[in-house]
Write a protein that binds this ligand. Structure first.
Ligand code: SF4
Length: 443
């Protein structure tokens, strides 16, 4: 049990890459305060839950994990339980925490993560509970410490917030208005990472391609492309309405920009896209995809699709299936529409019945997986550069890595290759992953 003198922390991260990046900052701050990371959440003297509110099950999982801490917190008055992230920007959640989880010590939001050391010290040293939520912020704090999860690849947040207000999405209400970091600060951070051996950076933003830090997003990518040591550049998440010809040109010209583009479409029906307030049509989306493929013929395109948006008809759904067949995605994240309180779509009376949602969902993923399997087979016997990331999650005898197009590759290799990009011959291709061997072995 946590007792005075035990200075350990455990951070639980829900949701997206932006939250993972924020958790690296929280870990960096706690390490600067003299705390050490532990996997034992019940024994840890500090537990931070970094929440997500994009989908219903994220809420449920959060309250589930929080409930498990009740006993260890009540047993140990020195233990500190803190909660932050997107859910804390909703008053209804704060009210529920105060009424049902009064033992939570610290509640803060997405805009004041930079204040964590001050808030934490006040809670610990004055043994009091604090709730501090900022409604918004115009800037992104610079110079915050970070304990990176990996040395060879890193997330770099370049902008935050969203001005799009898609009718199903809670993010504009939890992450606020768009604001971008300066190119100087971003380049300095990436040079520092490269000096530390980082090979791959993923630029993050809720709407990364609407970056507006003084140069265009495409110009920023061209600057990063010149940084010594960075061999792979990725970015997420993009909005089709901000996919400019200038950005597409980067896929033709930049040496280190991975030929992989995550371009959420959400639906293939113009009627549903309008109801979602997505600000593009299926024709415009297909035209952008064609332009991308013209600039970079072997680019891998992935996407997000929501099934069962209120009012979606079978005809709308057929439009989505048709678009999937036309684009032929390398992979897709598919979601059942989930009502998010506080969003316009949640108020709609024409919610799609669950059984219809599930039926469409199953038909959609069958279509996507069939295409994914065909694309997977096209990798057979190819030699691809793979960034070795560590032991395979499925086979301890194997190492695992990622191709440029984010395909997972398992292969027999040794630990010394972790963090290196090596040529791998694909010997077996499956829908979700590939198997390979070091090309050097076969000369
Ligand atoms: S673009 Fe739409 S879906 Fe994406 S974060 Fe903004 S509001 Fe949400």
């Amino acid at each position: 049990m946590a007792r005075t003198g035990n200075r350990t922390y455990n951070i639980v991260t829900f949701g997206c890459q932006m939250n993972e990046r924020d958790s690296e900052t929280l870990a960096g701050m706690l390490e600067e305060l003299g705390y050490e990371q532990t996997d034992d959440r019940l024994a840890a003297s500090v537990v931070v839950l970094n929440t997500c509110s994009v989908r219903e099950n994220a809420d449920k999982r959060f309250f589930g994990v929080l409930g498990q801490l009740k006993h260890s917190r009540e047993e140990d008055p020195d233990k500190i339980v803190a909660v932050c992230g997107c859910m804390m920007q909703q008053q209804s959640v704060i009210d529920k925490l105060k009424s049902k989880y009064p033992w939570v010590d610290l509640i803060f939001g997405t805009h004041n993560i930079g204040e964590f050391p001050r808030l934490f010290a006040n809670v610990r040293d004055e043994r009091r509970k604090i709730t501090e939520i900022w409604e918004g912020s115009d800037t992104i704090p610079e110079g915050l410490p970070a304990k990176r999860m990996y040395s060879f690849k890193s997330y770099v947040s370049i902008m935050q917030g969203c001005n799009n207000f898609c009718s199903y999405c809670i993010v504009p209400y939890t992450r606020g208005r768009e604001r971008s970091r300066s190119p100087e600060a971003i380049l300095e951070e990436i040079r520092g990472l490269a000096a530390g051996g980082c090979k791959e950076v993923t630029l993050l933003g809720q709407n990364v391609n609407s970056y507006a830090g003084g140069v265009s997003f495409a110009q920023l990518i061209r600057m990063i492309d010149e940084i010594d040591g960075i061999e792979r550049i990725r970015f997420m998440t993009s909005h089709p309405k901000d996919l400019s010809d200038e950005l597409i040109g980067c896929f033709r010209d930049c040496r280190h920009l991975c030929r992989c583009f995550h371009l959420p479409v959400q639906s293939g029906s113009d009627r549903v896209l309008a109801d979602m307030n997505r600000k593009y049509t299926r024709e415009r989306y297909l035209e952008r995809v064609a332009a991308l493929r013209e600039a970079c013929p072997d680019i891998a395109i992935t996407t997000d699709i929501i099934v069962g948006f209120p009012g979606e008809t079978e005809e709308d759904f057929q439009d989505t299936l048709d678009l999937v067949r036309r684009v032929r995605y390398d992979s897709a994240f598919t979601f059942l529409y989930s009502v998010r309180g506080g969003t316009p779509a949640a108020e709609r009376k024409d919610q799609v019945p669950e059984e219809i949602k599930h039926d469409r969902f199953n038909r959609l993923i069958a279509e996507i997986h069939a295409i994914q399997e065909e694309i997977g087979k096209s990798y057979q016997d190819k030699v691809l550069p793979v960034l070795i990331e560590g032991p395979s999650k499925t086979d301890p005898a194997m190492m695992t890595g990622r191709t440029e197009s984010l395909k997972t590759v398992d292969l027999p290799a040794c630990e010394t290759l972790v963090g290196k990009i090596v040529p791998v011959r694909i010997v077996k291709a499956q829908t979700f992953s590939l198997y390979g061997e070091l090309a050097a072995d076969r000369g």
